[in-house]
Design a binder for this molecule. Structure first.
Ligand SMILES: Cc1cc2nc3c(=O)[nH]c(=O)nc-3n(C[C@H](O)[C@H](O)[C@H](O)COP(=O)(O)OP(=O)(O)OC[C@H]3O[C@@H](n4cnc5c(N)ncnc54)[C@H](O)[C@@H]3O)c2cc1C
Length: 347
């Protein structure tokens, strides 16, 4: 029997596992893939993420960075072709290497890591949660509390709450080439001509990354090729054949959008809980929610005792409130820049 089982070794899961293990709990971190594993991402750590990571995990090693190492911020071009520059000094990382480094730090703090293992479902007993796992065979592990950090498409959440989430489908391609855009900025475009949500361009090592987010996945290539033509016409993009493509999903944030923090002794963090900031920035809120869920457990759960589920979720709600408010403020800021997102002002 574990004190805590954490599902998913992304930023939320690694933070939660590291924190709870360092507090002396017996922790199992479950990851469905072998690490280092791929995670589709632009890999921009905003200053808030850098600060949280460096406080908790130590200096981010050069080995996880890609060129240009520093991200100078984001330039958002809205539907009316007005460009807004938000300068901030962040870092440009490869997610596979970064997340692996986080997971190793969680292990160093005492968490047991089990990779190539899929968590299927959670079921609450009177004093524990039983987690169904699939590695080479199907089996069960038990814990006093489970933290679900399995990302946007959370299988555990679907199975536990029986509710459907809405998603934005993302598609990004990696190609070599050249373009007249500043490689130190992340460039986002909100014109409905270019995507149903947003379209983006950024640089990682020698790769030009061209991406779009859509509501209807059938239209993804259509918008991607429109965006590519736009970059060729306006920024002199000369793009060689693509060497890699990635498809993923992010939570579809709408005015009625709310975060879901859990049920009983099963708590959600990161994108599984629906934390996501504008332009798909989610690492910072994954880290914060991973940290807050661990703090809530620490404040409510004494080893060997039964966790009071109501007290646990209330404490987590309280601890994570500031982050929820931060997230709403970010969406409101975007709404001021872009009419497309203006409904958020009234949410
Ligand atoms: C195209 C794209 C670009 C993005 N760019 C940025 C960016 O530049 N900066 C930024 O801050 N954010 C960005 N994001 C968002 C960011 O990637 C996420 O918000 C962040 O990764 C969420 O962290 P998480 O820990 O909640 O989940 P994830 O990082 O998704 O981690 C979930 C983990 O759980 C594992 N898992 C899934 N299911 C199971 C299961 N059933 N059992 C066991 N393990 C499981 C997965 O393999 C994964 O390792 C981007 C997202 C996309 C799609």
């Amino acid at each position: 029997m574990y004190d805590v089982i954490v599902i998913g070794a992304g930023p939320a899961g690694c933070m939660a596992a590291k924190r709870t293990a360092a507090a002396g709990y017996k922790v199992l971190l479950i990851e469905k893939l072998e690490m280092p594993r791929e995670k589709s991402c632009s890999g921009i750590l905003i200053p808030k993420s850098v600060e949280i990571v460096e406080n908790e995990f130590g200096k981010i090693p050069d080995s996880v960075l890609c060129r240009p190492n520093v991200s100078r911020g984001i330039i958002i071009t809205n539907e009316e072709n007005q460009a807004f520059t938000f300068e901030s000094s962040g870092l440009n990382i490869w997610r596979s290497l970064f997340d692996h480094w986080l997971a190793l730090a969680a292990k160093d703090s005492g968490a047991e890591i089990r990779t190539s293992t899929v968590a299927i479902s959670c079921e609450e007993g009177s004093d524990h949660v039983s987690v169904e796992l699939q590695g080479r065979k199907t089996y069960y592990e038990q814990a006093a509390v489970v933290i679900v950090c399995d990302g946007a498409g959370s299988l555990i959440k679907k199975n536990l709450l029986q509710e459907r989430n809405s998603y934005i489908a993302t598609y990004q391609t990696f190609s070599k080439g050249s373009i007249d855009l500043d490689s130190q900025f992340f460039h986002a475009y909100l014109s409905p001509e270019l995507s149903e949500y947003d379209a983006w361009f950024n640089v990682k090592d020698d790769f030009l990354i061209i991406g779009v987010g859509v509501k209807d996945p059938n239209k993804i290539k259509h918008y991607h090729s429109r965006f590519l033509s736009f970059l060729q016409s306006y920024y002199n993009a000369r793009i060689q054949p693509q060497v890699k493509e990635e498809r993923w999903i992010i939570p579809y944030i709408t005015p009625g959008h709310s975060v879901t923090l859990g049920k009983g002794r099963v708590l959600f963090a990161g994108e599984a809980a629906n934390f996501l900031n504008p332009m798909g920035e989610g690492i910072s809120s994954a880290l914060v929610s991973g940290c807050k869920v661990a703090e809530a457990i620490q404040s409510v759960y004494t080893k060997g005792h039964i966790v009071n589920a109501q007290q646990l979720i209330k404490t987590y709600e309280k601890y994570v409130l500031q982050e929820r408010q931060y997230m709403i403020r970010q969406w409101e800021l975007l709404a001021r820049v872009s009419p497309k997102f203006s409904d958020f002002l009234s949410s």
